[in-house]
Ligand binder design. Structure first.
Ligand SMILES: [Zn+2]
Length: 89
């Protein structure tokens, strides 16, 4: 499946999978610091690919803040795919 994604064949499906599974929460000012009081839901609005790495752009539904999150194909992306098939961890 990943090979097909790399070739851009299943891109629309991938973005839909991510849109369903990777909602985040606006709790960090800097990654991991939990300093942000907003607490709004961060919607995954787009996925970009840079030099073989996938990144998700999250947008806060409360304040509109946008954040880029890197997605490692070996781990997180596989998790996304498994989640999309309804498998638990
Ligand atoms: Zn926010």
């Amino acid at each position: 499946m990943f090979a097909g994604i790399a070739e851009g064949k299943s891109w629309e499906m991938v973005t839909q999978i991510i849109a369903h599974c990777l909602w985040s929460k606006h709790v960090d000012k800097n990654p991991g610091d939990r300093a942000e009081k907003c607490g709004g839901m961060m919607k995954p609005v787009s996925v970009i690919k840079t030099k073989g790495d996938f990144s998700i752009i999250h947008q806060c539904q409360v304040c509109g803040f946008e954040k880029k999150n890197k997605l490692a194909p070996e781990d997180d992306f596989d998790k996304v795919v498994r989640l999309s098939k309804g498998e638990s961890e």
